[in-house]
Ligand binder design. Structure first.
Ligand code: C2E
Ligand code: CA
Ligand code: CA
Ligand code: CA
Length: 275
């Protein structure tokens, strides 16, 4: 087959088959892992830029596959989204996060990531509200992180649903702001409690005058509209200094802390002294 290109076509198709098969295997494993409660959560702290105190933590999903080892959350979340498992997984993670948060000091809020698909199904607000009731976590201690991807699907419905969640006392965060399909018009429709500037801007901070200008502009927007501004993915002291100077209200990143087990969050009491 060499020379006429058929060999390459064959192996390309074979590769696609192998990928699809692998995906199906992973999906089956994920389905079982979700049912068995094997998807765990770790929590990465956010710090006030003013006081250095931990104000909240972000719940991040973890899956340690029995043979593959750790699977990245963006990988298994997208498998869950494509296979209709996201609703069940999302509900379970939300319940786990609320349960864990109940054992922490009261001033620490917990932020849970929501997949855009969790907005597609009816009754999100009712399900969240049931979880709060069942776990006893005050709504004021729960934050939900949504991405811009969610807003573009069905703008009207999304904002109505967000308002209903907000009415419960839950805070709504715009995650990964500035990449994807950001539209400033969202801020005319809904006042997010916090906006998280995507890590890519933080990464370019030292080398790009433009990134600095973007962050400054978002901070200005936040001040004007009463939204806290978080910088995520802070890795160096230089970035930290610049971000504080620019007026970011909260910082998150490996410089301060990696994601930690729920037990460790419970031991957080005072300041880190980093900021
Ligand atoms: P994300 O929501 O933007 O979460 C932040 C990611 O950045 C996390 O990766 C976190 O570990 C990582 N990170 C934090 N600080 C630093 C840093 O200083 N440097 C670097 N290089 N990375 C940092 P992780 O845990 O791998 O999660 C990746 C993505 O998977 C998340 O991005 C989120 O989109 C998704 N994800 C994770 N857990 C969940 C979940 O429970 N539900 C949903 N729907 N999505 C989730
Ligand atoms: Ca997030
Ligand atoms: Ca993020
Ligand atoms: Ca991100």
């Amino acid at each position: 087959a060499k020379g006429d290109g058929r060999g390459r076509v064959c192996s390309y198709n074979a590769q696609m088959d192998a990928d699809a098969r692998d995906r199906r295997l992973l999906e089956g494993d994920l389905r079982r892992a979700i049912a068995a409660g094997d998807i765990a959560l770790q929590y990465q702290p956010l710090f006030s830029a003013q006081t250095g105190q931990v104000t909240s933590v972000e719940a991040l999903a973890r899956w340690h596959h029995p043979t593959r080892g750790p699977v990245r959350p963006d990988v298994f979340i997208s498998v869950a989204e494509e296979s209709g498992l996201i609703e069940e997984l999302g509900d379970r993670l939300l319940r786990q996060a609320c349960r864990d948060a109940c054992s922490w000091p009261n001033h620490i809020k917990v932020a849970v990531n929501l997949s855009p698909l969790q907005f597609q199904t009816d009754g999100l607000c009712e399900r969240v509200s049931r979880v709060l009731e069942a776990t006893g976590l005050p709504a004021e201690r729960l934050q939900l992180e949504v991405t811009e991807g969610l807003v573009i699907r069905d703008v009207e419905r999304t904002f109505v649903e967000l308002e209903r969640l907000r009415a419960l006392g839950i805070q709504i965060l715009m995650d990964d702001f500035g990449v994807g399909y950001s539209s400033l018009s969202y801020f005319e429709r809904f006042r997010f409690d916090k906006v998280k500037i995507d890590k890519s801007f933080v990464d370019r901070l030292a080398s790009s005058q433009a990134s600095k200008a973007v962050i400054r502009a978002v901070v200005g927007l936040g001040q004007e509209l009463g939204m806290a501004i978080v910088a995520e993915g802070v890795e160096t002291e230089d970035q930290m200094r610049l971000l504080v100077e620019l007026g970011c209200t909260h910082l998150q990143g490996f410089l301060f802390s990696e994601p930690l087990s729920a037990d460790l969050i419970g031991t957080f009491s005072a300041t880190t002294g980093v900021v």
